[in-house]
Design a protein around this ligand. Sequence first.
Ligand SMILES: NC(=O)c1ccc[n+]([C@@H]2O[C@H](COP(=O)([O-])OP(=O)(O)OC[C@H]3O[C@@H](n4cnc5c(N)ncnc54)[C@H](OP(=O)(O)O)[C@@H]3O)[C@@H](O)[C@H]2O)c1
Length: 315
Amino acid sequence: MRAIAVDRFKGEARLVEIAQPSPKPNQLLVQIAATAINPFDWKVADGIMEGAMPAVFPLVLGQDAAGTITAVGDKVTRFKPGERVFGQFFHSPVGEGTFAEYAVVPETGTVAALPAEIAFDTAAALPTAGMTALSLVETLDLKPGANVLIVGATGGVGSFATQLAAANGLRVLATAGAKDTERLRHLGASELFNSRNEALIQDVKRAHPDGIQGLIDVVSDGAALTALSGLVSSGGSVLTTVFAADEKALSARGIRGGNFEVKGSSALLTRLADVVKSGKLLAPIEQTISLEEAPAAIVRSRAGHSGGKTVIRLR
Ligand SMILES: NC(=O)c1ccc[n+]([C@@H]2O[C@H](COP(=O)([O-])OP(=O)(O)OC[C@H]3O[C@@H](n4cnc5c(N)ncnc54)[C@H](OP(=O)(O)O)[C@@H]3O)[C@@H](O)[C@H]2O)c1
């Protein structure tokens, strides 16, 4: 089968021809219809999991996927061949990824039935960024009407978080360049800020001299996050997905939150699918590409400036 893999950590992703995997007794074999790129994929290629988990080479990249089960191991009880599923297929060993025509996932992993109303492309865009955004907005735990600044709102996590925060009645202040302003307004942002770092802090201060109640940040390093956190009033909430928070310093200022790591689950995927079915959440798909185009798209993801999700369609 065709797959996108690296031959070594820090190697270049390329199209390879490898054997189709077979499911272990507790695994599902899924024919992938669509998969999507997350920054985690190139972080894995760069070796973020090196030493933490066994790895196999060529190391097939990718963790989010949607497709149809074609076979199940003999201990599997929750799923049957022919069922449509989606999820975050990441499991040990690293390298049995979803940028491939087929992938395996443990039935107890982060995988759920895909409702008939949701297309494979949409479903592939949901798992990592959608579960992260849903959990971030819930963990913020702010009352309707509160102002939350989302830094990195234009990307995968930020585009989902903007919609979910607005749907919860929060006022979303979103960072966005000129090309993304209208899209972010359409997703529910109330105020747009086309500035970064110190200029962003000054712009938000001018608009909200008494402070804001929440900050979701998916890009800033430690120093930048500390500076941005100064916008948040005591009793508010700050969350970062890139482990940049000084949690002691936040807590000393009476601010909740800190470094956030998503805990994916089948139940969370099902809740996400329910929100999509209700029409309150759109998958922010920026582009749909072929497997052959994936290596170049991984390079673009690493360079930043994502305008939402890149979906790789396999069939
Ligand atoms: N901890 C967890 O559990 C968890 C879960 C999911 C993701 N993550 C991490 O969270 C990060 C974001 O993920 P993602 O999927 O949303 O990535 P993404 O799709 O690449 O989006 C990042 C966005 O941030 C924007 N950006 C970059 N620098 C910025 C700045 N200084 N100010 C404002 N916006 C800026 C980029 O576009 P422009 O520069 O064009 O505006 C881009 O749209 C990644 O590092 C990912 O690995 C962590």
